[in-house]
Write a protein that binds this ligand. Sequence first.
Ligand code: ATP
Ligand code: MG
Length: 571
Amino acid sequence: MRWSKTYIPTLREVPAEAELISHKFLMRAGYIRRLAAGVYIYLPLMQRVLENISTIVREEMNASGAIEILMPVLHPAELWQKSGRWDTYGKELMRLKDRHQHDIALGGTHEEVVTDLVAGELKSYRQMPLNLYQIQTKFRDEIRPRFGLMRGREFIMKDAYTFDVDEEAHKVAYQKMVDAYYKIFDRCGLPSKKVESDTGAMGGKAAHEFMILVDTDGGENWVLACDTCDYAANVEKATFRELNTPDQEGEQKPIESIDTPGATTIEEITAFLKLPPHRFAKSLIYKADGKPVVAMIRGDRQINEIKLKNHFDCMDLEMAEADLVEKVTSAPVGFAGPIGLDIPIVVDPEVAALTNFVTGGNKVDTHMLNVNIKRDFTPQAIVDIKNAPAGEGCPKCQGLLTESKGIEVGNTFMLGTKYSEALAGKFLNSEGKEKPYIMGSYGIGITRTAQAAIEKGHDEKGIIWPKAVAPYQIIISPLNMTKDKQRETAENIYNELTEAGYEVLYDDRSERAGVKLNDADLIGIPLRIAIGDKSLAKGQVELKLRREKEFEAVDIGQILVKTEEFLIRAI
Ligand code: ATP
Ligand code: MG
């Protein structure tokens, strides 16, 4: 492709709305343009990247035995009502009314549609296993669309759905998808990590996420992984083995109220009382579907809102606003405690294990000393509601947990019978008994994976694509188009490499050399062939990999052999 014949509108200025480096480069290098919040146009270079990723996904899905279909974006509301998700999916489900005032959902995921499709037709155990997938645009009214393609309101996803006769067969199908996912991300040049995750709004039994680990701001998820065994989990789900159980006081002492003027944070109160943070129990007031509740964790721990939300089995969980805290505790924020409250109190097991701990006093400038669970207040439940911190023990072995940031590019869900039961998805098993299908669902964010590749591969000058996803493998940059010799050489090499089957971008613009070399770096093509007078005088051109610093002058006659050599070396 000739640069002059395609559309690559590079920008000099960094657009203000772009926070992430990958988002900035996608805009600057002319890959995408924003149409509305979380809605983007994919320009020619982007379209090629998305095609490359989709091709890899397709090949591996087909190789695993999955069958490609294409389902509609418009979903009749009835299907979502049957599964219950018309209500539980919340505001993320985009909805509209047709001219007859019928409710329609814009597909953000297709469990309902695919189950409805096979129900009634997939009637016998002989027709299974079945795995149907599609690559399609999805719609979700994300509460905070951001980071470019990372969290859009319209994005491209591969979604697959498996139907099996029993749990055993389902496990086989699930493992096939896991194996395919590892291959897909490896082939994209993006080694992935499989981590345990929360099942969230999808429901079902268990789930895993595939993460690309990054050390940039693009990593929206914290991953806890064992340094010894293969345990790894999203922080939403991770548990741990406490290594150093803090000292305990044996005997329960009489409860005491103590003046703590102005001490509202754990730092202030620990300094004031000269006690370590693990002797405190934080009482956090939340609203679970609008109703106030208290969550208690040790002062040295962080609350895990996903675990808390799962405990209450509610649709919305949010921190109570100051007014509500005052109403519930009769004190300003910072002095909440469990004693005397008549709302549900959930206590983390680490708090339940403490003797004589400190809590807020539900009175301004007041805390309580020597609080003891059961004697002084009665919790509704004792459940794990805290984050696992790095440095603590692995829950599965004697190893230690380490923490890293990751971008979730795919996930796999064991759905059980949630959708087959709701949507009459039944078959006759080998004994002639009617059973619901055991289902699985498996997503890969095609657009998010593309951006994750940039978050992982870039330098200050621009994108560094892995060769498998790059829009072109090679860019030819003659430095001065007014020189006949340079232009002719460029044309010849362009023809030769294109005929040899390479995807080549020929920068035939009459821009200054500096602009062309900068643009080549910015758009991130793995191999650059620069053509300038100096090397040309020796019958040579300059080959340079985007990820390497040095170029090599190569005889023009050697171009094919050398190109192959360079591209094998590229990641
Ligand atoms: P997240 O936790 O990031 O919101 P999710 O659990 O909602 O993701 P799924 O519903 O399982 O994700 O979707 C499958 C895949 O689609 C995700 O792994 C991710 O790669 C991609 N994806 C999900 N939501 C978005 C979005 N708003 N924009 C771009 N890609 C997305
Ligand atoms: Mg989501």
